[in-house]
Write a protein that binds this ligand. Structure first.
Ligand code: ASP
Length: 331
């Protein structure tokens, strides 16, 4: 009798939760970079950022509704954010110490376990599209600089003039950084000056997970510096049945900690759920080593893991039913 009552109580407790989780299953989770501070976030900018995040979520969701793959949804959502000057990716990217935009991006298909990435790319409007072409059109995973540019031309991708990428906000940021820390030393600057990358993770109707990340890197970086964003396992990772992850923050720390893959490892070998794994990667490993940043992680059930140790990180997700949620700071 006691057991029956306990079972009934458990069922009553779990039943609404299960329904709730079912309804809330996220299919696309995105971020627009860590490092945002309440004090710096003007109303107008917040509204612009929220609008782009929502547009990216809806665009990716439409792809999924139309039968597109998680990979297609990730690419679509990131293209929207690359094209928006509000983020440090594509147009609006951070400038290197010579005032030039050099971009990095990567994408991974957790189903076929394939990945593509580019680093140090100039003038290519959408580095995430090029990263995907590396995956599908070459036998390689990562192409850099001129070689990556050549593939973009062969593939007929869109190019823009160097000035098209440069936004006054990033020029001011570079000037501030130079005053503060001297030549090419982003690590000496404030966290807010190093961030703003975009990323996405998606789950499609067939259960495939994908993830991608795109960035201009850290303001005042040395020309040729490559961060974590184009490195599979560090800034981006996806594995079917486990999770899709995209990171943002001080790249050198994410590279050394192989943090995107760490989330999958914690889930697979450490029995953590996606939320606990993301928290542990950021508040445990990254923080203990002195790094700052954040990540998004989506599991195979559509549960989200979000963690950041900066004051804020632009992020949001859309459910199967099309409900959008956008957050910036801790609740
Ligand atoms: N992680 C990126 C990098 O280090 C920067 C960012 O997330 O904003 O290049």
């Amino acid at each position: 009798m006691k057991t029956m009552r306990a079972l009934l109580a458990t069922f009553l407790f779990l039943a609404p939760l299960a329904v709730f989780c079912g309804e809330e299953r996220a299919v696309l989770l995105i971020h627009g970079g860590a490092g945002v501070r309440r004090a710096d976030l003007e109303e107008e900018r917040e509204a612009a950022v929220r609008a782009v995040l929502e547009e990216a979520l809806r665009a990716g969701h439409a792809v999924l509704l139309g039968g597109g793959s998680s990979l297609d949804a990730v690419e679509r959502a990131i293209v929207v954010m690359e094209d928006a000057p509000e983020f440090n990716a594509g147009r609006g990217s951070a400038l290197n110490s010579e005032g030039v935009v050099e971009m990095d991006a990567s994408i991974m298909d957790g189903g076929d376990f394939l990945a593509g990435a580019v680093a140090g790319v100039v003038e290519v409007r959408n580095p995430i599209v090029l990263a995907r072409r590396v995956m599908t059109e070459t036998p390689h995973v990562l192409l850099i600089g001129e070689g990556a540019g050549r593939l973009a031309r062969e593939q007929g991708l869109v190019f823009e003039a160097p000035e098209w990428f440069v936004m006054p906000r990033q020029q001011e940021r570079l000037e501030r950084e130079k005053r503060r820390s001297g030549a090419a030393n982003p690590a000496a600057g404030e966290p807010a000056a190093r961030m703003g990358t975009v990323g996405a993770a998606a789950l499609d109707a067939t259960g495939r997970l994908a993830a991608g990340t795109s960035t201009g890197g850290m303001a005042n970086k040395r020309p040729g510096r490559v961060g974590d964003s184009p490195l599979i396992g560090a800034g981006t990772y996806a594995e079917n049945g486990v999770c899709g992850v995209s990171c943002t923050g001080h790249g050198e720390y994410f590279i050394r900690g192989v943090l995107a893959h760490e989330v999958a490892a914690l889930m697979k070998h450490g029995g953590r759920d996606v939320a606990a794994a993301a928290r542990e990667a950021i508040h445990g490993q990254l923080e203990e080593r002195g790094g700052t940043g954040g990540m998004i992680a989506l599991d195979a059930e559509g549960r989200v893991g979000i963690a950041f140790n900066t004051e804020g990180m632009y992020h949001g997700w859309i459910t199967e039913a099309g409900e959008v949620r956008i957050e910036i700071f801790d609740q």
